[in-house]
Design a protein around this ligand. Structure first.
Ligand code: BYC
Length: 313
């Protein structure tokens, strides 16, 4: 097919709301933008295991421990689907690890905050997975087939994650004064970072306009953030918790909750590597990658041996 026809075919598939598949022609910018976003998404799932793994050995009951282990394992699985989906764009998983470890690719800002109490397991499930679901439900309609299909399974698991988080919060707010205070302290620390997960204001977002045109993103950062706020404020009120924002107010005319200004300096510092735990997160991830080298080498050696046995049979 001549280049003009290929470009027209791509534009027609996007306009018709159909999916671009790995072997289809796509603009270089579309490919690189997808690799960037999908890699960042995969890295977030994997780095996101660290703050929660911190509490597995200290879970208050055996049941809570089993649930938390299952959740953390799910996050590893999400990372694997997303790395596999990114590989369909012609980049290797090893290369993506190198880009993450060297700071050339990002992961979600939220995972640079410490998990200081058991209530943080509740707020991560409720707010962090809750924010991720709002973003990811929409990504099920993203224009790249493998990314969109990975999102379907991920969203199902994230719903369970959000519920287990809310269940922890319900238990805490029904408990002693200390437990209620622990729940309030957790929302005080996690509310604003959760809102930052949706990225900068649309006016400051370098990728939104093009990503919306290519239907990689379907809803803008600010609109997704507003959806999350509107769904979450009533949930906080139901728990009897106070959202740490004196400017929070319901606007009768628009039907939306208005918030105060996000601390954008904190956001930019965190995504540029200067958040509370950026260095620790990457050091831990790099060590796990280095420690696992013998497993990867063993597995690929075994696969190579089987391939040569197949050929000689
Ligand atoms: N953190 O132009 P913009 C989970 C960067 S994990 C860090 O708006 P875009 C879970 C952005 O990359 C699921 N960086 O970008 C796991 C860009 O920098 P570069 C997490 C951020 O891509 C374990 C620059 O800022 N979800 O659920 O159009 C336990 C300008 O931004 C952030 C995803 O990863 C941030 N928050 O939109 C529990 C969702 N925000 O790349 C739960 C997938 C912005 O030019 N990603 N940046 O150097 C997305 O939907 C989009 O990439 C974003 C940003 C909405 C995040």
């Amino acid at each position: 097919m001549d280049p003009d026809a290929e470009e027209q075919m791509f534009a027609a598939v996007i306009a018709a709301d159909e999916k671009i598949e790995p072997r289809d022609w796509m603009p270089d910018g579309y490919r690189s933008s997808l690799i960037r976003q999908m890699a960042q998404h995969a890295h977030s799932e994997v780095i996101g295991m660290q703050p929660e793994a911190n509490w597995i050995l200290r879970a208050p009951t055996l049941l809570r421990k089993a649930i938390l282990i299952a959740k953390v394992q799910d996050e590893a699985g999400h990372g694997l689907y997303l790395y596999s989906a990114a590989e369909t764009l012609g980049v290797s998983r090893d290369e993506l690890q190198r880009l993450l470890h060297s700071g050339r690719q990002k992961y979600s800002s939220i995972f640079n905050y410490p998990t200081l109490s058991w209530a943080d397991m509740g707020t991560i499930g409720w707010l962090v997975d809750g924010a991720a679901i709002v973003n990811q439900i929409v990504l099920q309609r993203t224009s790249y087939g493998p990314y969109s299909r990975a999102m379907v399974k991920i969203c199902k698991e994230e719903s369970f994650h959000a519920r287990q988080g809310y269940s922890i919060m319900m238990t805490l707010v029904d408990g002693s004064e200390e437990q209620k205070a622990m729940a309030q302290d957790a929302i005080d620390r996690w509310w604003w970072p959760a809102l930052m997960m949706f990225g900068p204001h649309d006016s400051e977002s370098s990728h939104t306009e093009q990503s919306m045109a290519w239907k990689i993103k379907r809803i803008t950062n600010d609109d997704l953030r507003q959806m999350f706020i509107d769904q979450t404020v009533p949930q906080a009120h139901y728990l009897g918790l106070t959202i740490p924002d004196p400017e929070l107010a319901f606007d009768e005319e628009t039907g939306h909750w208005n918030i105060g200004e996000i601390d954008w300096e904190e956001f930019w510092a965190t995504i540029q590597g200067d958040g509370p735990l950026n260095r620790e997160r990457i050091a831990h991830k790099t060590k796990a990658w280095d420690d696992g080298r013998w497993v990867r080498e063993g597995a690929s050696g075994y696969a190579a041996k089987n391939r040569s046995l197949d050929k000689s049979a």
